[in-house]
Design a protein around this ligand. Structure first.
Ligand SMILES: [Zn+2]
Length: 466
């Protein structure tokens, strides 16, 4: 269960309790000292309006806050009692709207999403190699990084190759968005798109559920795999029942830090701390085999709050908005994106190489490192034709294994255009008796606001310039 997509539901429950406590406290204090409750009544209206703003965009609350302001100004003409009555009437309408919105968006979703192609099916495994699955969110293909971001990742690739990783030269992402791509990877099939009538937000919750409970996880869990994950800061991809490795206990939750909007530096600190904690070498030591370890890094994805040497970068752009949601048509922001991306890519590459020195070598093991889509400095969230297709739709993949069969399988697959939807199809074909032939290479570009609207990406589009 997630709140607003990126926070664990427990954080929302805790924040709600704190707000309730504050409101009751305020009632108590004003009642004791002023014998009138109009101020807390108004604060409740404002808080509800703020809650609505978090869910429904700014329209409703703006109207309400403006009307409250007008009543406040008219206060000298209108007796206080009438303002209280008005607050209460507003509250009667606001509160159910808020509650409805919470229940619709947070608590009402409905199971995993199916695929439009073949997917993985329950099998019993003949071998149970441990799996380290690392997602570099938004890490593009080496060519894109070099041509568009002035970032040559040759030394990163060389070092991985030296340590026995296979680097794939041409890698396609099945979708331009994280949740659709990752749900496809964990399903071993192209995920179905929503209908026009489906609520996109609700569908995204279901994709999150698919990522953490989809076919590959049903198989691995039924075969006794031990689950560990690092905290990503993107709760969609957080498992409900896995050991979670996170930064040392902090006073405020991520959601509370987010609610304190006037302190973007706190949000940035939190993000950097989560990245650094996820990249610790000891995370991958002493796990009990067979284990499944998931490390979803929001890097080099925005926000760009960390420099190549791990020191913080001061910025107010501390949210996860990507592509046109970040750039907003500004050349300056596009330049910031490119520079910030390069710094973060350098940071995560170096830290990852350090961390990977600790991969266990005393047991059968597979290590996957891949992007879920490319970067977004030239990407429009609503339009494929306004976007640089190769930037977004090609990505990175490196695979390591000490199992000869896995090595050979990926060796063969390496020469072709590789679609990451097939990752677990190759692996399961090798470690079970069942064959899951690779699906043909497909890619779709989805509109952010209406993911039911998709553009089919052709090979020509993938090879076009920007
Ligand atoms: Zn992503």
């Amino acid at each position: 269960m997630r709140f607003s997509g990126v926070y664990p539901i427990e954080e929302a429950h805790r924040a709600a309790l704190i707000i309730l406590g504050l409101v009751i406290g305020l009632f108590w204090i004003t009642n004791k000292f002023f014998h009138q409750n109009n101020i807390p009544a108004m604060i409740i209206v404002i808080l509800s309006a703020y809650g609505l703003k978090l869910f429904n965009g700014p329209i409703y609350p703006s109207i309400l806050i403006i009307s409250l302001f007008i009543f406040w100004i008219l206060d000298r003409q209108i007796p206080f009692k009438k303002v209280v009555i008005l607050s209460n009437i507003l509250g009667i309408f606001l509160f159910p709207t808020f509650i409805y919105s919470v229940f619709k968006n947070v608590y009402a979703h409905d199971g995993v999403v199916k695929t439009s192609s073949d997917s993985l099916e329950q099998v019993s495994l003949q071998q149970k190699p441990s799996i380290i699955h690392i997602v570099l969110d938004g890490y593009g293909s080496s060519k894109v990084l070099k041509d568009l971001y002035g970032h040559d990742n040759q030394s990163f690739r060389n070092e991985l190759t030296r340590r026995g990783f296979q680097i794939f030269p041409e890698v396609t992402a099945p979708f331009n968005q994280t949740l659709f791509t990752m749900a496809s990877v964990t399903s071993g099939g192209y995920i179905s798109l929503p209908d026009e009538t489906d609520d996109p937000q609700n569908y995204r919750y279901r994709l999150g559920k698919t990522i953490t409970n989809g076919p590959i996880h049903q198989i691995l869990r039924s075969q006794g795999y031990n689950y560990t994950q690092t905290k990503s800061g993107y709760a969609y991809v957080d498992f409900d029942d896995a050991v979670e490795l996170k930064p040392d206990q902090q006073w405020l939750t991520d959601l509370e830090v987010r609610l304190l909007r006037f302190r973007p530096d706190l949000i940035a600190d939190r993000h950097n701390a989560q990245l650094k904690s996820a990249l610790k070498a000891e995370n991958i030591q002493n796990l009990t085999p067979p284990f499944y370890y998931y490390q979803h890094l929001l890097a080099p994805h925005p926000p760009f709050t960390i420099s190549r040497d791990g020191t913080p970068i001061k910025t107010t752009a501390v949210y996860l908005s990507d592509g046109s949601h970040y750039i907003k048509g500004s050349k300056e922001k596009q330049t910031n994106y490119i520079n910030g991306y390069r710094e973060k890519a350098l940071f995560v590459e170096q830290s990852l190489l350090k961390q990977l020195k600790s991969i266990p070598n005393d047991q059968p093991l597979i290590v996957l490192i891949h992007g879920d889509h490319g970067p977004g400095a030239h990407m429009h969230q609503e339009s494929s034709s306004l976007s640089c297709i190769p930037e977004r739709m090609t990505t990175f993949l490196a695979v390591y294994s000490n199992l000869e069969t896995i090595k050979e399988t990926f060796e063969k697959a390496q020469s072709k255009q590789f679609n990451i939807v097939n990752l677990y199809r190759y692996i399961l074909s090798d470690i079970s008796e069942q064959a899951f032939p690779a699906l043909s290479n497909e890619a779709k570009y989805l509109k952010w606001s209406a993911p039911s609207q998709a553009t089919e990406i052709t090979p020509d589009m993938l090879n076009a310039g920007c």
